[in-house]
Design a protein. Structure first.
Length: 327
């Protein structure tokens, strides 16, 4: 008897956008679309936006075809076991919102949700740069820094589902305050907004000429991470100094990650990884100085496969995991 392969709808919900795609069992994204996410609207208005995106990918005729699942990747806090969005700062529209239940009721299909970094980590472990490794540490470097852990094909959620908040590991207790309330988190030092904040401080203090300021239209307050990345490409010395400092912070952080977890592979994704791509060999070289593990240098430090599609692939990956466990 031939059993049809499952088909997944991976939905990536962020503070400003909804991205979704049709993904097959081998991790190939066959079709994808994007739409705005009204994160400051009511909960029902936000759900209507999600419904509109999924409806465009899931014609009525397909509901009677192969096994379908809908998987959602979105910011936490959330409860993946209950399928409830608790109170993400980037999604004020939803508070204790039963998203998985609402999706299942709307389309009469199985639905699962998970934290965006956890889901992306699973996608990389199953189909991406972490395929073939037993323990995977994934970090997305962008507006924030999110992390996920996968052991033997399973996301590590911890006791309450709140594990793997590696972006809020403090590496300088006297450092700048993070949005989480702690000081010196790696997110407060090496995320895109953190690097931009350091650039604004340096420009205000030194008045040194820099392409960063030119790219920001001459306004210090308009400096962004994107401007720093572009200035670095054009050989700007201040941009190089800022990214070198960021590489140091990441090397310290990842050295500690190795001492705690000793994963088989470390995978970096997110927009900041694109900007820091030429610094990855530097980070890899410096990590052993911040780890007591004598074999730290043996752990691969690689870029993610899915990159901007990590949320779509992540949503699909949690579906695959659910399908495998239900059979």
């Amino acid at each position: 008897m031939v059993v049809s392969e499952p088909v997944f709808i991976g939905v990536d919900i962020g503070g400003t956008k909804i991205a979704a795609g049709v993904v097959n069992v081998h991790g190939k994204i066959r079709e994808k679309i994007r739409a705005p996410m009204p994160s400051h609207a009511t909960g029902e208005e936000a759900f209507a936006a999600v419904r509109g995106v999924v409806d465009r990918l899931l014609p009525e005729s397909q509901l009677h075809g192969p096994r379908f699942y809908i998987g959602v990747s979105c910011p936490g806090p959330l409860n993946p076991q209950l399928g409830v969005i608790i109170n993400p700062p980037n999604l004020p529209c939803w508070r204790d919102f039963p998203l998985a239940q609402r999706i299942s009721e709307t389309w009469s299909l199985p639905a699962v949700i998970d934290n965006d970094s956890n889901a992306a980590a699973l996608a990389e472990a199953v189909w991406g740069a972490g395929a073939g490794f037993s323990s995977v540490f994934y970090a997305t470097l962008g507006t924030g820094i999110g992390t996920g852990l996968v052991f033997d094909g399973n996301i590590y959620h911890g006791r309450t589902g709140a594990a793997a908040e590696g972006g809020h590991m403090t590496i300088d207790y006297r450092g700048r305050q993070c949005r989480c309330g702690k000081r010196g988190c790696i997110e407060a030092l090496a995320s895109g907004p953190a690097v931009a904040a350091r650039a604004r401080e340096r420009l205000a203090e030194t008045k040194e000429p820099s392409l960063i300021l030119d790219l920001a239209g001459g306004k210090i307050e308009a400096v962004t991470g994107e401007a720093i990345g572009e200035a670095y490409k054009q050989g700007d010395k201040l941009a190089e100094s800022l990214l070198s400092e960021t590489a140091d912070y990441l090397a310290i952080w990842l050295g500690n990650i190795v001492d705690m977890l000793e994963p088989d592979v470390i995978i970096l994704g997110g927009g900041m990884t694109e900007m820091m791509s030429s610094w990855i060999p530097v980070i890899r070289e410096k990590m052993p100085a911040w780890s007591i593990n004598s074999r730290c240098a043996e752990i691969p430090l690689v870029r993610a496969r899915y990159r901007e599609d990590s949320g779509i692939a992540g949503g699909a990956a949690v579906c695959l995991h659910e399908d495998n466990n239900s059979r």
